[in-house]
Write a protein that binds this ligand. Structure first.
Ligand code: GCU
Length: 556
C-alpha cells in the first residue's frame, strides 16, 4: 500500500524490487512482507482493510520466458487497471497509462532475461477533477488491475492492428466486399501479407508498402450476415512475415434511415437493458467468461437483443460472448456528468480512451453504437469538446453509429410541460438521439407519465437510454410505497406506456439489469451502498418489474 503515492522514499523506489542484503540493511519499501492480491480483480473486494481504499498499491509478479528468442519482441499487456498504472520490468520504468477501462501494453524486449524477470505495476485509483470520469460518479471506484495481465511474444515483424468490416455499399450485392486495413510493425517489413477466410473460399495475397499500413478489399460470395437471429462468425486468418493471427469475425451493416435503425438493411427495434461491468454476486468488477455468461444469460432471459454497456468500456469477454450469442451492444467511455470540458488535456484523454476502445472492439459485430457522453449539461465548452470528439471517433471508425445519453430541454425546471422537447446542440453530430428520463422517480409520480409526450428537434431514431427506479428485492407494499417492488413495477408499466408513444422509438435500455455498488447510495436498510434500480438483486433474485419488461419485449 502507498496511500501517499510516493513510490518509495529516500531514493529506494519500489520498482527496484530491493531486498535486504544482510540483517542491518534498511529496505523499507519492497515486497518482502507484502500481501497477496488476485489479478485480475479489484482490490476493494479482496481484503476488508481495502474495502474503501483509494490510493496506490504496488503489484509485483515474477515470470520466466525460459528462452528469450533472438529477433522476437516481447510486451507486457494489461487488460485494464483503474485508474493510473505505472509499469516497470526488471527495475526499468516503461511508462504510465491513464484510464481505468481500456487495454494497454509496453515493450519489454530490451530488459528481459530467460528467467527470474519481475514486473512491478503501481495502480492509483484516486479520483481526479481532470480525469475521465471525474470525481463523482454513481458507481463504485473499484481499484487495481481489474483485468488480466499477459506477456506477449511476437516475431520481429508483426501484425500490430487489423480492421475488418463489410462494405455497407455492397450489402445488397450477390458478391459482397470486405474492407481490410492492416498495420504491420517491425524494422524489416514483409513485401506481402495474406488474408484467409476458408468458409468463403478467400485466400488473397496483398503487397505491403513501406509504411506497413495497407488497405484493400476482398470479394465474398454466399456470405452469411451476422445478426441476433443468426450470429454467424467466420474464422479469419491474417499472415504477414512470420506472424499469423486468427480471429472469429461476424459481418453485418448498421446504419440509420430517417427514424429507423437498419441492421443489414432491415429495421431493428433494440430491446435492451443497461449494465455495469460488475458481478453483483461477488461485489467486484466482472473479469471472466463466467461473469459474462451470468449477465448475458440474464439479459437473454429478459428478452433482450441489445445491451448498453454503461458507463465505460466493459471487459472484452462480454463483447466476444455477445458476438457469439447475437446480442447488439452500445459502448461508451465515461464522459459522465461534470467533466473539465475546457481543459485540452482532458480532450486528449478522451481521444486516447476512445481509440483504445475502438482498437480493441473494431472487429466485433455485436458492437454497433459508440456513445460519447452521459447526462452532460449543454454548455459551450462541452458542446465544442463533444463535437470534436464525435469527428475524431468517426475518423477512426466510420462504420458504427454515434449517440449520447442526453436530457430534455426542461431538465432544470422539473416536469412542468406535457411535451418534453429535445434540442441539445450535440444531437446534430449524432446518428441516434438518446434520452435519459426518470419522471416518476426523480420528480413526479408514475401516474403523471401517461399525459407526457415527446418532441425531437431532429428526424433521427430515438433510444430511451435510461429510465427506472429503485426497489429493495423482497420489500412489498402498495404501488405508491417507495422502494417496494410494486412501486418499481408500477413505474415500469407507466414509463413503458409513455415511451412507447415516441415517434421514431427505435429501442430502449432501462436502468438497470442488476443492483450495483455505489458510494452515492447509502440509505440504511434499503441501499446500504447499493444502487437498487436493478431488475435483479445483488443476490441474483428477480424483482416484479423484470417480468413486466420481459412481457413488453416478448410483445415487440
Ligand atoms: C443517472 C446516471 C446513472 C445513475 C442513474 C441513477 O441517469 O446516468 O449512472 O446510476 O441515473 O440515478 O440511478
Amino acid at each position: 500500500m502507498d496511500p501517499y503515492d510516493t513510490g518509495g522514499m529516500g531514493g529506494t523506489p519500489v520498482m527496484r524490487n530491493a531486498m535486504p542484503n544482510d540483517k542491518s540493511d534498511r529496505v523499507e519499501y519492497g515486497f518482502t512482507a507484502g500481501k497477496t492480491l488476485w489479478v485480475p480483480g479489484g482490490w476493494n473486494a479482496q481484503k476488508p482493510e481495502l474495502s474503501f481504499y483509494e490510493g496506490t498499491i504496488w503489484y509485483r509478479q515474477y515470470f520466466d520466458i525460459e528462452k528469450v528468442q533472438q529477433g522476437k519482441r516481447y510486451f507486457i499487456y494489461v487488460g485494464a487497471a483503474n485508474y493510473i498504472a505505472t509499469v516497470s520490468c526488471n527495475g526499468k520504468r516503461l511508462g504510465k497509462h491513464e484510464g481505468g477501462f481500456t487495454p494497454f501494453c509496453y515493450e519489454i524486449t530490451n530488459c528481459i532475461r530467460d528467467n527470474g524477470n519481475f514486473v512491478i505495476i503501481g495502480v492509483n485509483n484516486s479520483r481526479g477533477a481532470d480525469y475521465i470520469p471525474s470525481k463523482v460518479a454513481d458507481w463504485f471506484n473499484h481499484g487495481g488491475i481489474t483485468r488480466e495481465v499477459k506477456v506477449v511474444e511476437v516475431p520481429a515483424t508483426f501484425i500490430n492492428n487489423y480492421f475488418i468490416a463489410l462494405d455497407k455499399a455492397t450489402l445488397h450485392d450477390k458478391t459482397k466486399k470486405i474492407d481490410v486495413a492492416l498495420e504491420i510493425s517491425g524494422a524489416k517489413r514483409p513485401d506481402k501479407a495474406r488474408i484467409v477466410i476458408p468458409e468463403l473460399k478467400i485466400n488473397q495475397e496483398v503487397a505491403v508498402n513501406a509504411t506497413g499500413a495497407i488497405k484493400f478489399t476482398v470479394s465474398a460470395k454466399n456470405l452469411q450476415l451476422w445478426s441476433p437471429e443468426n450470429p454467424k462468425l467466420y474464422t479469419v486468418t491474417i499472415e504477414a512475415g512470420d506472424d499469423r493471427i486468427s480471429d472469429e469475425i461476424g459481418f453485418r451493416t448498421i446504419e440509420t434511415k430517417g427514424k429507423q435503425i437498419l441492421l443489414n438493411g432491415n429495421p431493428v427495434f433494440l430491446k435492451g437493458i443497461c449494465l455495469h461491468d460488475e458481478n453483483p454476486l461477488r461485489g467486484d468488477r466482472a473479469n471472466s467468461v463466467d461473469d459474462a455468461k451470468l449477465v448475458l444469460g440474464w439479459a437473454k432471459e429478459l428478452g433482450c437483443n441489445f445491451i448498453r454497456l454503461a458507463h465505460y468500456p466493459h471487459q472484452e469477454n462480454i463483447v466476444r460472448l455477445a458476438d457469439k450469442m447475437g446480442i447488439l451492444l452500445w459502448e461508451e467511455i465515461p464522459l459522465y456528468w461534470g467533466i473539465q470540458w475546457g481543459n485540452p488535456e482532458v480532450l486528449k484523454k478522451a481521444k486516447a480512451q476512445f481509440s483504445e476502445l475502438i482498437y480493441r472492439d473494431y472487429n466485433r459485430a455485436s458492437s454497433i453504437i459508440w456513445s460519447i457522453a452521459n447526462e452532460t449539461a449543454p454548455i459551450p465548452d462541452r458542446n465544442r469538446f463533444l463535437a470534436e470528439l464525435a469527428d475524431y471517433v468517426r475518423s477512426i471508425d466510420p462504420t458504427r453509429l454515434l449517440s449520447a445519453a442526453c436530457k430534455k430541454d426542461q431538465e432544470l425546471d422539473g416536469h412542468p410541460d406535457s411535451v418534453y422537447t429535445y434540442n441539445d446542440p450535440i444531437m446534430e453530430k449524432l446518428d441516434i438521439i438518446s434520452l435519459n428520463e426518470y419522471l416518476g422517480w426523480y420528480g413526479g409520480l408514475p401516474n403523471e407519465c401517461r399525459n407526457k409526450s415527446f418532441k425531437m428537434g431532429l428526424d433521427k431514431p430515438v433510444i430511451v437510454s435510461e429510465f427506472g427506479g429503485g426497489a429493495l428485492q423482497g420489500l412489498h407494499g402498495d404501488s405508491l410505497t417507495r422502494w417496494t417492488e410494486e412501486f418499481q413495477d408500477y413505474l415500469y408499466k407507466e414509463s413503458i406506456g409513455m415511451f412507447d408513444k415516441i415517434d421514431g422509438l427505435a429501442g430502449m435500455t432501462p436502468w438497470i439489469l442488476a443492483d450495483f455498488m455505489s458510494p452515492l447510495r447509502q440509505l440504511p436498510g434499503i441501499q446500504d451502498g447499493w444502487n437498487r434500480k436493478g431488475l435483479i438483486s445483488e443476490k441474483g433474485f428477480k424483482k416484479k418489474a423484470f417480468y413486466t419488461l420481459q412481457r413488453y419485449y416478448l410483445s415487440k
